[in-house]
Design a protein around this ligand. Structure first.
Ligand code: BES
Ligand code: MN
Ligand code: ZN
Length: 508
């Protein structure tokens, strides 16, 4: 795990493998960003010229390595591009800093310690650099041969020590920002680990056991319903989806409570540990990444733990709806009717529309506690991916103001999202001949159809939103900014921000 500290050490004498500075795109070539003054002075004010000679422009994502000037204890200066230079008096903004720090941390794989001298306008900027560095330094190597030595990324271990320069280590706001970055960064990285874990190991029972370990460690209340308890309770949705797998389903309730809480936020995560499609089997080409189908549950899990570590003054209940969707002689069939936990009946027309079935039971369970708001998170539909691409999640809600607040919270947290509608006319496509509702409707607007289905299982009068993270949950392309290949930890930062807003009384 990467360590994060604030320091006021002077740069020349600082022992590290590299000093990270920012370079931005000026009108006449690259300019060195604030924070790098001491480094620039050691080049007699010529660092920008040196970087330009080496082909640097200051563009986002660019990395330029320069030998450190003589007299420096660190051997290397790593200049990372920040994009357009900030106007006089304006800062670079949290997300530009987060991305640049992530790019630098990725470029420094194999190094032990790096000092980041990026332009910090305030404590929030220090938090952003810390968060970006921790997220960029992530690697998943638990399954590499000789795990400990032959780390991933070509046998190199991720950057171990991140030192933040230019902040105020004794200032409470800076300390809090760095602690927050560490808690969010570490828990988000743990969510990535869960997503990347192969589905033969991360079964619903294994996921529940990991939640139990975390509950013990962080003093959380936990309740795990196994197959027997789910049967007794009448959770027909979760049981139906899990019925085809030898790895039986679970519903996990993980609660963080604060004695100072005035609000209660419930988070519900889709936790399909593997989505084969079931009897409506997915063809090859569509099932290789389906271990990521528990990304919603991973995000909810990470958020509850982060809320506890940060001591937020809000109650947060996480519901993890865990099941494996497999075809077998005991699997649910197209045509079956399930009696859900809410009492409604659902005709299963397509067993690959399983996420909404497990979520329906968890949403109804969450509703019984009458929380102030429920947010569910799910890799729910390929349609949302077609609509918004691979970096943006869709937000649907039964309350327009709440949907807007989540969209804003996501932007502030550095996550791309977009508000989507729940058009009433799409509901009738799910009318069933035999049951109260079918689990499929019109193909067009499939993401919105899924949202309308979920809405039916939210308790009367409860504010609710649904985040479809099918696009951004799993990065099939190359790494960028602070985002690695594979599990991304999508929605964690948005959910943490929502919990913070709820604690501050600024949400619904
Ligand atoms: N887990 C998938 C959705 C998904 C697709 C997530 C691609 C991430 C990447 C979900 O369970 C699913 O199969 N949805 C179907 C629904 C359809 C059968 C109504 C889909 O989107 O095709
Ligand atoms: Mn599916
Ligand atoms: Zn699925």
């Amino acid at each position: 795990m990467t360590a994060l500290t604030l320091s006021t050490a002077a740069v020349p004498g600082l022992r590290a493998d590299a000093i990270v500075v920012g370079v931005a795109k000026g009108t006449n070539g690259p300019v060195v960003a604030p924070g790098a003054e001491a480094v620039d002075a050691a080049y007699d004010g010529g660092l920008a010229d040196v970087l330009e000679t080496l082909g640097a422009s200051g563009g986002e994502g660019e990395v330029t390595k320069v030998p450190a000037p003589s007299g420096f204890k660190a051997p290397l200066i790593l200049a990372v591009g920040l994009g357009a230079a900030a106007e006089k008096g304006a800062g670079y903004g949290a997300e530009a800093l987060r991305r640049a720090a992530g790019v630098a941390a990725r470029a420094l794989v194999g190094a032990k310690k790096a000092a980041f001298a990026l332009p910090l306008a305030d404590a929030a900027d220090a938090g952003a650099v810390g968060e970006g560095a921790l997220l960029g330094a992530y690697s998943f190597d638990a399954y590499k041969e000789n795990g400990k030595d032959a780390k991933g990324r070509g046998g190199k271990a991720p950057l171990a020590d991140v030192v933040l320069l230019g902040g105020k280590p004794r200032d409470r706001a800076y300390k809090a920002a760095v602690e927050r970055a560490a808690a969010v960064g570490e828990e988000l990285n743990r969510a990535r680990d869960l997503i990347n874990m192969p589905p033969n190991d991360l079964t619903p029972a294994a996921f529940a056991a990991l939640a139990q370990d975390a509950a013990k460690l962080h003093g959380l209340k936990i309740q795990v319903l196994d197959e027997k308890a789910l049967t007794k309770g009448g959770y027909g949705g979760i049981l139906g989806v899990g019925s085809g797998s030898a790895a039986t389903p679970r519903l996990v309730k993980l609660s963080y409570t604060s004695s100072k809480a005035k609000k209660h936020l419930a988070l519900v995560g889709k936790g399909i540990t593997y989505d084969s499609g079931g009897i409506s089997l997915k063809p090859a080409g569509h099932n290789e990444t389906m271990k990521c189908d528990m990304s919603g549950a991973a995000a909810v899990f990470a958020t509850v733990v982060a809320a506890a570590r940060l001591g937020l003054e809000v109650n947060v209940t996480g519901w993890l709806a865990l099941a494996e969707n497999m075809p077998s002689g005991t699997a649910v069939r197209p045509g079956d009717v399930l009696r859900m936990f809410s009492g409604k009946t659902v005709e299963v027309l397509n067993t690959d529309a399983e996420g909404r079935l497990v979520l329906a039971d968890a949403l109804w369970a969450a509703s019984q506690e009458k929380p102030d708001a429920i947010v569910d998170v799910a890799t729910l539909t390929g349609a949302m991916m077609l609509a918004l691409g691979s970096r943006t999640f869709g937000i649907m809600a039964n309350d327009e103001a709440f949907r807007g607040a989540i969209h804003e919270a996501a932007a502030a947290a550095g996550e791309e999202s977009w508000p989507m509608p729940l058009p009433e006319h799409l509901r009738k496509g799910m009318d069933s001949q035999v049951a109260d509702i079918a689990n499929m409707g019109e193909r067009m607007g499939g993401g919105l159809v899924a949202g309308l289905f979920l809405r039916e299982f939210v308790g009367e009068g409860i504010t609710w939103a649904h985040l479809d993270i099918a696009g951004p949950a799993f990065n099939e392309g190359g790494p960028f900014g602070y985002t690695p290949k594979g599990g991304t930890g999508s929605a964690v930062r948005t959910l943490v921000r929502l919990a913070e807003l709820a604690a501050a009384g600024e949400l619904s």
